[in-house]
Design a binder for this molecule. Sequence first.
Ligand code: NA7
Length: 538
Amino acid sequence: MNLDAVVVGAGFSGLYMLFRLREAGFSTRAFEAAADVGGVWYANRYPGARCDSESIIYNYTFSDELIQEWTWNSRFPEQAEILSYLNFVADKLDLRRDIQFNTRITSAHYDEVNNRWKILTEDGVTLTAKYFITGVGCLSASNIPNFKGLDRFEGEAYHTGHWPHEKVDFSGKRVGVIGTGSSGIQAIPVIAQEAKHLTVFQRTPAFSTPAKNYRYDPDFILQTKANYNEIKEQIRWSKMGYLHTVVNDRSALEDTPEERHLAYEKVWERGGLGFSQTYNDLLVNGEANETASEFIRSKIDEIVKDPKVAEKLKPSYYYSAKRPVLDTNYYETFNRENVTLADVKSAPILEITPNGLRTSETEYELDVIVFATGYDAMTGPLFKIDIRGKDGVSLKEKWANGTQTRTYLGIANAGFPNMFMITGPESPSVLSNVPVSIEQHVEWIGDCIEYLREHEVETIEAKAEAEEAWSKHCKELADSTLLTKVDSWYTGANIKDKPRGFLIYVGGVGEYRKICDKVAAKGYEGFSLIHTSSKETV
Ligand code: NA7
């Protein structure tokens, strides 16, 4: 099969990319390893799975019809509701006829003689395409630490990112959850209600603030739909793709302790991810950050009855430097009689045993282990495919050879002509409301491919110097924040032997959009374009 474009993935990215290119008349096919649409929302079915972005902005904005015809139920959408939404989109836009499910792309090699990508599927089928576009997500390559004895466990074991479709029954069972990031913190309160006993194995405590979820009022929905153009403009040009902005546009240190307390209390009560926006310097000034961190620690003291448990739950790093978490009754769960907190920082997990697990201190008998141990973020999903550009150099080799992954705009790579990444490393991606970033990428890539057709361009490739400058810019921006001062999946520190680097553009989605638009307006500045006829390089 020879196509104009192959798109990998049928989540938020792949679905829209397929639609965008098909509408422009390009023969396009999407390949999805799972049995249906949804991407991470197809896979993350663990109890309590919910999005931390507010529903009304966690959707596509490109089609007024989609906006008007879909209605969200509550402020923070549950996994099942998001999955229904993506199914609704796939049906409405008639996308399934161009998606091949249950098909993993295993390799994509660039053929320099014919200027085509040669793409291989797991079942041995070869395709060729002019453009190779990845929509593989940033947090889709799950990570289970290589614990000794992992395969000897005789009970049930699940990773939150690959949850079974049938309901997992915890009743009457001794359950262990390893990991207290977003997934663990969402799952723990729900599992605790059902399990006979739940042990939470915590290595690093997370800062969590209340989601304060509620059902939407029908009038609010009507108003939202009527004003959607305004909402769309606001999120597209915002810092992080959200509606909330900095609550107090000054340093936290300009307020008195009493004023600060009131400010934090107000934003805490409001719920949602806006807590990090209470003041404008919480992510850049350690002293200011400490005031927010201390406030959350004081809340843990207030909520958790056993002071020793409360102490263990308090993080000591900068609030929001690791991904901040939203919860519903997380800290409260530790007041339940059937819940125990095990600190596996001071007493690490040594091995998984047939009946549970053993730490350096004691042995735990478990019927079920839930691995909420996260993901090989950003680069992990791309490395699952053997992607090779010019001279047979793989993306893995290119990125692993240096100490830092390099891309141009998070969209393209020098040495990999006619390949585009949706929310690739060094784009705003996971530091934004992701669908906003996805739409911007898809539209930019779609416009670019149309431009190439119109101008009879055979290949487009990022220039090495443009890539170098972009990576440097990303690094400088990140280094000016507290985000690089703490080990996290943002920096790659959660994966053994992964080169450290901060692989997200932190300048904001609005600023990023301006930069990308400028690059396009200048005839794709920073890219080499080779024309079909003349072989001329621009
Ligand atoms: P995260 O946020 O990476 O959390 C993973 C958790 O698992 C975290 O608490 C880790 O502790 C813990 N972990 C990882 N390895 C181990 C070992 N070996 N022993 C004990 N504990 C371990 O993943 P999530 O799935 O919760 O969230 C990912 C993102 O998905 C989330 O931020 C949203 O954007 C959506 P650590 O902190 O490394 O000490």
